[in-house]
Design a protein. Structure first.
Length: 287
């Protein structure tokens, strides 16, 4: 069978369907959220997607995030969309996704669990309270790295880095629950929050004043208004520096979160290709 690969523009249009439904659910349940990271940058600089981006990120404070996971399915169009909850039976990751049923979005890893939903997705990230002391926050950062390493290992993540492989191997023997609990244990109304489970890799770019994520501003994103941080200038400057200046043309490259996107067939149609295959063979077989 010949598989049609979706263009970047078609992929972005599918992501807009996900965002529109996510926004509808949040409005109906009165759950605040905001576009985050590259999606917020795209909204501010391009009034939509960064032209070479195939990703969509939203962020919620932990209590709102957990309420969304608990209540969203009561109003979600479950025939069209699938809520892939963190640490669920077929999804061992530390964040959640909203998926589009009847589509395929194969990422750059070979999943260990063949029952994992692999439709087109948007990422749902939590923002957690940070401890009062700098030392405590750095311990939270380390705890989050243990949780992340264990999740990636269970998911089927591979890397050429010997250091990362060793750390993932060591973390297999550590329990998830206490490290996760510690990473989330800051006071509910702490003045400082962290995005260790959804932000940049480094410690400094994941620590923010709470008001960055409690004060919102509506801005245009692909023809519709969505919320971003009212402190977007400070937040984007911390993440990206001179964020309004476009990178050189040679650096405007697609990160390519997905290696293959198909909007006409469900990921289940690729089951025979996914079984007992290396990443390289897996990639070649669908091209």
């Amino acid at each position: 069978m010949e598989w049609k690969e979706a263009s970047l523009q078609e992929h972005q249009q599918a992501l807009c369907l996900l965002l529109k439904e996510f926004d509808r659910v949040c409005r109906q349940l009165n759950i605040p959220y905001m576009l985050f990271a590259g999606s917020m940058l795209g909204a501010v600089r391009h009034k939509g997607f960064i032209p070479w981006d195939d990703d969509l990120d939203v962020l919620m404070l932990r209590p709102d995030y957990e309420r969304f996971l608990k209540e969203a399915e009561t109003v979600l169009d479950r025939e069209t969309f699938f809520l892939q909850k963190e640490f669920s039976e077929n999804w061992p990751m530390f964040f959640s996704k909203l998926r589009l049923n009847g589509t395929t979005c194969l990422e750059k890893y070979h999943p260990k669990n063949q029952n994992t939903h692999q439709g087109v997705y948007m990422d749902l990230f939590p923002c957690d309270a940070a401890l009062d002391s700098e030392f405590g926050r750095k311990l939270q950062f380390f705890a989050s790295k243990v949780v992340i390493a264990k999740s990636l290992d269970r998911r089927g993540y591979d890397t050429d880095s010997k250091t990362k492989r060793l750390f993932m191997t060591l973390c297999r023997f550590l329990p998830t629950k206490p490290f996760l609990s510690f990473a989330k244990m800051g006071k509910r109304e702490s003045r400082v929050v962290h995005t260790f489970f959804g932000g940049a890799r480094g410690y400094e770019k994941n620590i923010y004043p709470r008001e960055y994520f409690t004060d919102y501003h509506q801005t245009m994103f692909e023809g519709k208004d969505y919320p971003i941080s009212a402190k977007y200038d400070a937040l984007l400057s911390l993440l990206y520096g001179d964020y309004m200046t476009l990178p050189p043309e040679e650096d405007r490259l697609l990160k390519q979160h997905a290696i293959f996107v198909n909007l006409e067939h469900s990921y289940e149609a690729f089951a025979d290709f996914r079984k007992d295959m290396t990443f390289e063979t897996y990639t070649r077989s669908i091209r």
